[in-house]
Design a protein around this ligand. Structure first.
Ligand SMILES: Nc1ncnc2c1ncn2[C@@H]1O[C@H](COP(=O)(O)OP(=O)(O)OP(=O)(O)O)[C@@H](O)[C@H]1O
Ligand SMILES: [Mg+2]
Length: 479
């Protein structure tokens, strides 16, 4: 809670004004500091914490308007009150458009000044209380950084607790983006092995020919190209946990070798006959139905039983909708800190759309969309209008997610960044990702300048002509 004494920086080149305001505000119980020009103010703000700045417009070295913009860049949530003297009222109004909270006029009406300051700080305290409350609620329904209050998630927490003190193999299943890796990491960190290594191997991402030496290591000269000895992932995971991701994609010969490690708890490096003991816990994950893979012969039954001692199933988000608001709050909180935003929450209409969307990309997609909506919104909440079309239409326009169909906006960035999706050749995929991000950044810059072309071009440090061309290419004219 914001029970600490608020700190206020008074910036004016007239010592008298600094004195009068300083006296008034200390009597009100605030801590104050002061300086005589904009440049010193910006330096102070970048080094020390202030809740509020009260600043004159006309000052030497750096004027109040420039200092205001810089201060808000450094600390987006800082409250700035401008001091407007006779003749600067118009500029003071402009300052509000640039993010100042309000202005007070010279000569000061002390009572009025006191009220304006108190009200502004009260607003700050409220927004801090809201985010504190949010944090408390989230942590009540979380297991470390796994968030969720649904019965399914509580069962997952229970299972992680149950395997804490033994080394049973855990198999985490669930659709893409449901949090399998997060759970695997939690199993590791909550066990006494938590101090040891957590080694992740994505069996689907490593070429078949390399996987064996990746897992077991090799001796020098074991095969062409093996110029030096290499320690494999199993040895690297000694005294810790090995996480075998996408286990359903492993070839049958390697499955046989893995089975041996699990039975004997020892390995042989490729090209060596010496066995090495390994002390590991194995956690596997897959988004395939391994039972079916056993039936169709692509997965060994004996291995299946070995790795599936304790199954943990993560249901898709559409089956645990009660977790959606909590996850949204969690990501808002996370990205408020990461991006320096101050978003308070989601408008009811937007929340209804987010609750109704089927989330084919699960939590990963939700995280993506929350982050992006936070960047898109000009205000303090996420509104329905900043949600991507696919969410606004309740998933009905999902078919338009296919590449090359319509504006880039409709492309799902999360599917392009999905490490399990190799539909597109790399170069084409990179171009699409960079296009997507370019459009996104230009749109955000346009939103920030209210669509002013020259200002947007300046902000992005590109020419006006180049901005125009990019807007044509990204179909940004009708917005
Ligand atoms: N319950 C949750 N609480 C908080 N964050 C979550 C939760 N579930 C998933 N996430 C976040 O969503 C993203 C995807 O999670 P993760 O990588 O664990 O999914 P996955 O099931 O392994 O997906 P894939 O099958 O595509 O590999 C990560 O950024 C993760 O932190
Ligand atoms: Mg994963």
């Amino acid at each position: 809670m914001a029970s600490k004494t608020p700190r206020i920086l008074i910036v004016d080149d007239e010592p008298n004004i600094r004195f009068v305001l300083g006296e008034l505000l200390s009597r009100e119980g605030y801590q104050t500091d002061d300086c005589g020009d904009g440049l010193t103010a910006v330096e102070k703000i970048s080094k020390e914490h202030f809740d509020m700045v009260i600043m004159d417009l006309r000052m030497p070295r750096m004027d109040g308007m420039t200092a205001l913009k810089k201060a808000r860049e450094i600390r987006p949530d800082i409250i700035v009150l401008m001091i407007s003297a006779h003749g600067t009222e118009k500029t003071a109004v402009e300052a509000i458009e640039n993010g100042a909270y309000d202005y007070i006029s010279k000569p000061f009406d002390l009572n009025e000044t006191r009220i304006v300051v108190r009200r502004a700080l009260e607003k700050l305290r409220l927004s801090e209380t809201v985010s504190d409350l949010r944090r408390q609620t989230i942590s009540r329904f979380a297991f470390g950084n796994i968030i969720g209050q649904s019965a399914a998630m509580r069962e997952v927490y229970h299972l992680i607790e149950r395997v804490k003190d033994n080394d049973v193999s855990v198999l985490v299943t669930g659709e893409s983006g449901t949090g399998k890796e997060l759970v695997a990491a939690a199993v590791h960190h909550n066990s006494p092995r938590g101090a040891g290594p957590f080694i992740k191997v994505n069996t689907a991402a490593i070429p078949e020919t390399l996987l064996e030496s990746e897992l077991f290591g090799h001796e020098r000269g074991a095969f062409t190209g093996a110029v030096s000895q290499k320690i494999g992932k199993f040895e690297a995971a000694n005294s810790g946990t090995i996480f075998l991701d996408e286990i359903g994609d492993m070839s049958l010969p390697l499955q046989a070798k893995l089975l041996r490690v699990l039975q004997e708890r020892e390995i042989e490096r490729v090209g060596s006959t010496k066995t090495v003991k390994v002390d590991i816990r194995v956690v596997c994950a897959t988004n395939r139905d391994l039972g079916k893979c056993v039936e169709n012969g692509s997965f060994r039954e004996d291995l299946y039983y070995r790795i599936n001692v304790l199954p943990v199933f993560l249901p898709p988000i559409r089956k645990r909708k009660e977790d959606i608001p909590l996850l949204i709050d969690h990501f808002i909180d996370q990205y408020n800190s990461k991006l320096g935003c101050n978003i308070h929450g989601v408008e009811p209409e937007a929340l209804e759309l987010l609750m109704g969307y089927p989330w084919p990309g699960n939590v990963r997609e939700l995280e993506n969309i929350v982050q992006r909506s936070m960047l898109m919104t000009g205000g303090e909440t996420i509104t329905a209008s900043v949600l991507p079309p696919v969410v606004r239409s309740g998933g009905a326009s999902e078919t338009s997610l296919a590449p090359n169909s319509g504006p880039l906006e409709d492309l799902d960035l999360s599917s392009l960044l999905n490490t399990n999706n190799f539909e597109l050749p790399l170069a084409e995929r990179l171009t699409k990702i960079s296009d997507h991000i370019e459009r996104f950044l230009i749109r955000a810059a346009l939103a920030r300048t209210g669509g002013h072309r020259q200002e947007t071009a300046d902000l992005l440090r590109i020419s006006r002509k180049s901005l125009h061309n990019k807007m044509v290419r990204h179909e940004l004219f009708d917005e």
